[in-house]
Design a protein around this ligand. Structure first.
Ligand code: NAD
Length: 498
């Protein structure tokens, strides 16, 4: 059995911990590797390495960092196929989807190559007589990131390229369900010329995350995962004096108005609901349909969902792969039970798809509920599987109110052909990332990513300029170069510059 080790100081290192986790191929249900559930002793080694590397790395020239990041980008492109296959093998998503997510990660590396432009600071000449003032952004120290299973390459790449380009060292704890991508990303950083210790990868679950949260030398904590854990790590990291950004779960609504193009809208929503088996934080999981078109739109969704091909993600013909684990599949099936028992209309039942029973992998078919009410669990909670619910409303006002009143505020979409509705929606909707006639409005790397309400804790979005601000701190310098012969006197009052 293959064992995945930690990546500390540029080498694979075994763990002091006894506990081991299993990694599955979700398309076959078989265990393909195991990994250590690391502990504080393992973390200490990574922190020592990151700490020793920090001084030299933080003083390295911007030119050198940029050259390494450019080489890294090139290596990522050369290794695109291997990385895509690794995503597919351990996560299960189809290869085209895996390749798309990798590309979105590489775009953050593109952005990171240009970070020197954002570290320039500000300079004011002559703020007082003979006095100049400037500020500069300096690295913070050791930064840590904890990431979810659903984007094993992209989400880690939202964090470490930015932190490292800003002069920090970084410790990543990827998801224990699909950690191999993170290992490959680390190996390629070394190949690109990154000094040992600047980027480390440790494995584990809550025990390792708690060790990171408690470690005094780790200065920032970046998290992406479910809302209960985001809330927990945000409060613990804050208590421990760390700078923290914590992105949580979602329940993204797509509001469909009668003037929308039904065909285009249905295609977009099917992709956003069932792509990656619904295991995306930007998945559309609620369709809010205005009554007058609800029947017609539901029929379109049903026919398109029925046409999807479900199966192993490494077969080109398939549109949707398996769920991540048997345990997660069970959780999703339980939500379907809940929906049925709360009297929502089960229009498409993913449990009865032949692949759900015939294949030993963690497959199920697309599921669609209609006439869902806002007090039902399947409406209120994040399911994180291929389950789409339709809520019917009488008009635009009722639709926007639903999105605004929901606990989560990660992404939202409006489908319409009327600019006046679109403009009103963008202005009033209480959600962080908005799509107009776009079902998955993931901002590019030169913007930033983050939701509102219970989809984020902390006041910083991830990547983009927000990322640069998060991974640096401002130092402001006031300078005066008096002539040595200039007369001076003691003055105990608050200095006022003239
Ligand atoms: P998760 O919260 O179970 O795990 C995320 C990370 O936290 C993992 O590395 C895991 O080891 C660790 N962890 C799990 N339980 C913990 C605990 N009790 N204490 C400390 N650490 C713990 O999430 P997941 O199942 O891996 O990923 C799916 C979730 O991530 C969904 O809720 C999804 O919406 C969310 N997500 C959000 C975004 C976003 O940008 N907002 C992006 C991707 C995924």
């Amino acid at each position: 059995m293959k064992t995945i080790n930690h990546w500390i100081h540029g080498t694979h290192q075994s763990s002091a911990a006894d506990r081991r986790g299993k990694i599955f191929n979700p398309a076959t249900g078989q265990v393909i590797a195991e990994l250590p559930m690391g502990n504080a002793e393992d973390l200490e080694k990574a922190v020592n390495s990151a700490s020793n590397a920090f001084l030299a790395w933080s003083k390295s020239s911007l030119t050198k960092r940029t050259q390494i990041m450019f080489r890294y980008k090139q290596l990522l492109e050369e290794n695109r196929k291997i990385l895509t296959q690794l995503i597919n093998l351990e996560h299960g998503k189809v290869l085209s989807d895996a390749a798309g997510s990798l590309q979105r990660g590489i775009e953050v590396v593109d952005f990171a190559c240009g970070i020197p432009h954002l570290l320039k600071g500000e300079f004011s000449e002559q703020v007082g007589t003979g006095v100049d003032c400037y500020n500069t952004r300096q690295p913070i120290g050791i930064c840590a990131g904890v990431t979810p299973f659903n984007f094993p390459a992209m989400v880690p790449m939202w964090m470490f390229p930015i932190a490292i380009m800003c002069g920090n060292t970084f410790i990543l704890k990827p998801s224990e369900k699909d950690p191999s991508c993170a290992m490959k990303l680390a190996e390629l950083m070394k190949e690109a010329g990154l000094p040992d210790g600047v980027f480390n990868v440790v494995h584990g679950d809550k025990e390792m995350v708690d060790a990171i949260l408690d470690h005094r030398e780790i200065k920032t904590f970046s998290f992406v995962g479910s809302t209960p854990v985001a809330q927990y790590v945000h409060s613990k990291a804050s208590e421990n004096g760390k700078r923290v950004q914590a992105l949580g779960g979602a329940k993204n609504h797509a509001i469909v108005l009668p003037d929308a193009d039904m065909e285009q809208t249905a295609n977009a929503i099917i992709g956003a609901a069932y792509g990656s088996a619904g295991e995306r934080c930007m998945a559309i999981s609620v369709v809010v349909a205005v009554d007058s078109i609800a029947d017609q739109f539901r029929d379109l969704l049903v026919s398109k969902a029925n046409a999807l091909s479900i199966g192993p993600g490494d077969e080109d013909k398939n549109d949707m792969g398996p769920l991540i684990t048997a345990e997660h599949k069970q959780k999703v099936l339980q939500y379907i039970e809940d929906g049925v028992s709360s009297n929502a209309e089960l229009v498409l039942d993913g449990r009865s798809h032949p692949i759900a029973s015939e294949n030993p992998g963690f497959f199920m078919g697309p599921t669609l509920f209609d006439h869902v009410k806002t007090d039902m669990k399947i409406y209120l909670e994040e399911i994180f599987g291929p389950v789409l619910v339709i809520v019917r409303v009488k008009d635009f006002e009722e639709g926007i109110a639903l999105a605004n009143n929901h606990q989560f505020g990660n992404g939202v979409a409006l489908f319409t052909s009327k600019g006046s509705y679109a403009r009103e929606f963008v202005n009033r909707v209480q959600v962080g990332m908005v799509g107009i006639n776009i079902a998955i409005p993931v901002p590019l790397s030169f913007y930033s990513f983050g939701g509102w309400k219970d989809s984020i804790y902390g006041d910083s979005n991830i990547y983009g300029e927000e990322g640069v601000r998060f991974y640096t701190r401002i130092k402001t310098v006031t300078t005066r170069w008096p002539d040595i012969k200039e007369e001076s006197k003691i003055d105990l009052s608050m200095p006022v510059i003239e």
